[in-house]
Design a protein around this ligand. Structure first.
Ligand code: PEP
Ligand code: CO
Length: 456
């Protein structure tokens, strides 16, 4: 056992299936239980999607972010779709995230830890188990991992074969992303690879090119002075994350690894849970308690000081660095009031945490026409206020968690092109939450930099 691990105690009474003795919310009801069991057994023999080495490396980088030496950019779709497991969509999403991270590392002068909300973001929590339209009631759409969004009986029936399909799509996405990154796509000498074909003459793309040129000069300067190319300029790290919601799926990928201590959830580097499944005595907290991965908890306005403290004690009893990420999603109108007492409560636990702001989920609203959207101004405001609140409370905002896409969608209102309600009709594609498009995402990364610089 390594020196570092000697201080970590195994989670008492935990096993990969101990969650089954607890109440599991947000689970689908499968009509054929035997089929589900057979499929999960099959899944538990399939190759993992990530490795324990990568998970440990991510944990070390999160520990560095907790110490203020890195900033986290976590982003991707609200809900991935099997139909969108296609090269252009995967590459475009990667390009946007890479461009944003370059803007951020240039402006904030520190490494950016990139975590995709992808290669497994297939399960969605829902406010109701069923949906009724014109007097017909069917199971809610719970993400492509479980069923299909069309409003028909067969589409909404939970289907275990989707678990295998999700594993395959995640593996294909990961394989493509790894190939692009290792093959030089992320080489800092060639940021022009990251341009999106459909973006023409965007002022923000011009601004990005200025930043990329400036980095290119610095890279060449270092090479000229040192006479060599540091390996880190040729490739970047990229990690995956998803909401750990479907516990049968998560269990099937939770494994022991030769010559490593403990259990790892090998379906993703970084699983998180939302508040709907963050009951202290619930099955999701139990599942996360025993794994070695870094884990995230989403925190909304209903979080209390004592609930949060108990969650921290349960999920990080040894105060391990790099283990816990708290993702607050309060909404622009509530973050200034709700966050300070929680920051204080966390400090009282003595646990290191990384604070990340999700400015998306507390700012969802409906237009007068009933379309779900988010206002760019509220998104920016929540990020800016979060920076200020943390600074005021002697804490630090260490990252942002965003829903975005590299496609030319019109789902959020505002931004440099001042999209309005009419524009939403043009390219509204999401099946769940509204995402930032390319320009809005890039603009947001510039606003993050501005705010960060104003406080340092
Ligand atoms: C999400 O991240 O898509 C989500 C459902 O978030 P939350 O649980 O914070 O509402
Ligand atoms: Co969402």
């Amino acid at each position: 056992m390594s020196e570092r691990l000697k201080t970590i105690t195994p989670a008492k009474g935990w096993s990969p299936d101990s969650w089954q003795h607890k109440e599991a919310s947000q689970q689908a009801t499968y009509p054929d239980e035997l089929d589900l069991e057979r499929t999960l057994r099959r899944l538990s023999n399939m190759p993992p999607l990530v490795t324990s080495w990568e998970i440990n490396a991510l944990k070390e980088q999160i520990a560095e972010a907790q110490a203020g030496r890195r900033f986290v950019l976590q982003g991707g779709d609200c809900a991935e779709l099997f139909d969108e497991c296609v090269p252009s969509i995967i590459a475009n999403r990667l390009k946007v995230l890479l461009q944003m991270s370059l803007v951020m590392l240039h402006g904030m002068e520190m490494p950016v830890l990139r975590i995709g909300r992808f290669a497994g973001q297939y399960a969605k929590p829902r406010s109701s188990d069923t949906e009724t339209r014109d007097g017909v009631t069917l199971p809610s759409y719970r993400g492509d991992l479980v069923n299909s969004p069309e409003f028909t009986e067969s589409a909404r029936r939970p289907d275990p074969s989707r678990l295998i399909q999700a594993h395959s799509c995640s593996a294909m996405s990961m394989n493509f992303v790894r190939g692009l990154i290792d093959g030089g796509f992320a080489d800092l000498h060639h940021p022009e690879y990251w341009d999106l074909g459909w973006v023409e003459h965007s002022p923000l793309a011009d601004e990005f090119h200025r930043i990329a040129d400036s980095i290119g000069h610095s890279v060449r300067f270092v090479e000229t002075v040192t006479g060599r190319t540091p390996g880190s300029l040729k490739r970047v790290d990229f990690y995956t994350s998803h909401e750990a919601l479907h516990l049968g799926f998560e269990q099937a990928l939770t494994r022991q690894v030769p010559r490593q201590w403990g259990w790892f959830n090998l379906s993703t580097h970084f699983p998180w849970i939302g508040m709907r499944t963050a009951n202290l005595d619930g099955a999701h907290v139990e599942m996360l308690r025993g794994i070695r991965n870094p884990v995230g908890i989403k925190i909304g306005p209903a979080m209390t000081r004592s609930w949060l403290k108990d969650l921290i004690r349960t999920l990080n009893p040894d105060n391990e660095a790099g283990r816990l990420v708290l993702i607050h999603r309060m909404g622009a109108s509530q973050v200034a009031d709700k966050l300070p007492p929680l920051i204080e409560a966390v400090r009282e636990t003595g646990s290191p945490v990384l604070w990340v702001c999700d400015p998306m989920h507390g700012n969802t609203e409906s237009t007068s026409g009933g379309v779900k959207t988010r206002r760019f101004a509220n998104i920016v405001s929540e990020v800016e206020q979060s920076f200020e609140v943390h600074a005021r409370c002697g804490s630090r905002l260490g990252g942002v968690h965003l829903e975005l896409t590299g496609e030319n969608v019109t789902e959020c209102i505002g931004g440099a092109r001042a999209l309005d309600e009419e524009d939403l009709k043009r390219a509204y594609k999401t099946t769940v939450d509204p995402r930032l498009n390319y320009e809005q995402a890039l603009e947001l990364s510039m606003r993050v930099v501005q705010k960060h610089r104003s406080l340092t």
